[in-house]
Design a protein around this ligand. Structure first.
Ligand code: NAD
Length: 367
């Protein structure tokens, strides 16, 4: 290696370990395999509470630096989500760099599984963007450290019913905090995105006589849900100007931003979508200033990881649903903390997660 190459390699190294230390990541593993074209990064953020669990995302990142940024950010998010949900697992995530539509195949996934297996269970993978249940089956051929498998393989199947139930619980806790009653009867709720989670959520809401309006980019989907449940529908562009008590984002992230905050007049935001605040430090404070109760997304949508957790320890949907019910209590605690410390709800949730990890790290040291 030339002197130039050695110094470049040193810079790269300092850069990566420097980035790892920014959020205190434990381990980052770079994987490549020429034969299958696999290029992947596995990030283990924190294993204080247990093995790192988090999905694998396959995405055509513009650069390896972007892939690294994403995997570091997402794995840290998983630590917080699982800690807050009271689970005995830590946070991890993997990314496969490539176009899932054209570059994904059995050999690549099985090779990826072999890399996961070398970590000896310190990282357990699952489904994420660009991955399907079938892909988890291929990964399973190379490692036991994978969840998100179909029912017929003793997996947890679709986590959406568990996620939707958790969202419903968080919504009831939020309403109780504001009104003194947890009833959703007569509450105007707009569900943005009626995919897997959205439809299950609508079922809970109409059972309780909430006044539901739905929006989705697919008109046939909207028609189907309107006919099935007798709910109202609105155009996707009109979601933010609806007369509503509760806005429930169940489609994409970053829908709480400078533009939408000018329009939103709801009392509560509570939905399943990940990363709802475009910029946590800005919009987390702005929602609070507007007097809107923002239910932190990663607290609310923990049903998905709860479902994975039960798959690790022995799957039972009943148990997963019971644990999802506890999201109600976590939501209550978060809102009490936010009020007491006069901090935005996202920050209260972060602190609760950090406090649990610190307390367990402390006993781990002693015993
Ligand atoms: P999904 O893909 O089944 O449903 C999303 C729906 O949103 C689709 O019907 C889509 O057409 C619609 N949509 C997309 N853009 C829209 C827009 N601009 N306006 C209105 N509708 C739009 O996804 P899902 O599994 O129901 O998950 C919903 C959200 O919750 C995602 O952000 C996901 O990451 C998050 N989440 C899901 C789970 C789970 O268990 N499925 C767990 C945790 C978090």
């Amino acid at each position: 290696m030339s002197t130039d190459n050695i110094s470049m390699a040193h810079e790269m190294n300092a850069g990566i370990t420097g980035r790892m230390s920014q959020f205190d990541h434990e381990q980052v593993v770079f994987c490549q395999d020429k034969a299958t074209g696999l290029k992947s990064i596995i990030a283990i953020h924190d294993t204080t509470l247990g093995p790192a669990v988090g999905g694998t995302r396959m995405w055509a990142y513009a650069s390896e630096a972007d892939a690294l940024t994403d995997v570091l950010r997402l794995s840290r998010g998983m630590t917080y989500k699982s800690a807050l949900a009271g689970l005995n697992i830590g946070g991890g995530k993997a990314v496969i760099i490539g176009d899932a539509r054209t570059q994904k195949n059995e050999a690549l996934l099985r090779r990826f599984g072999k890399f996961v297996d070398t970590l000896g269970g310190q990282y357990i993978t699952a489904e994420d963007v660009g991955m399907s249940t079938r892909d988890m089956e291929y990964i399973k051929m190379s490692t036991d450290h994978v969840v998100g498998l179909p029912d017929y393989m003793d997996g947890g199947g679709d986590p959406s019913p568990v996620t939707a139930y958790g969202v419903y619980m968080a919504m009831k806790a939020a309403v109780k905090h504001q009104t003194g009653s947890e009833s959703l009867a007569g509450k105007k709720v707009v569900v943005q995105g009626i995919g897997h989670v959205g439809e299950y959520l609508v079922q809970h809401l109409i059972k309780e006589n909430a006044l539901v309006t739905v929006a989705d980019i697919y008109e046939d989907r909207v028609r189907e849900v309107v006919n099935k449940y007798g709910v109202k529908a609105c155009n996707t562009n009109d979601v933010y100007t609806q007369d509503m008590d509760i806005y429930s984002p169940c489609a994409l992230g970053a829908t709480i931003n400078d533009d939408t905050l000018k329009l939103l007049k709801c009392a509560i935001i509570c939905g399943a979508a990940n990363n709802q605040l475009a910029d946590e430090t800005v919009h987390g404070i702005e929602v609070m200033k507007k007097g809107i109760l923002y239910a932190p997304d990663y607290l609310v949508n923990a049903g998905g990881i709860i479902n994975c957790y039960w798959e690790i320890i022995g799957y039972s949907q009943e148990a997963a649903l019971s644990q999802s019910e506890l999201i109600y209590n976590t939501m209550e605690k978060c809102l009490i903390k936010s009020d007491a410390e006069k901090i935005p709800t996202y920050l209260a949730a972060n602190k609760m997660a950090e406090e649990r990890i610190a307390a367990i790290a402390n006993i781990n040291k002693k015993f």
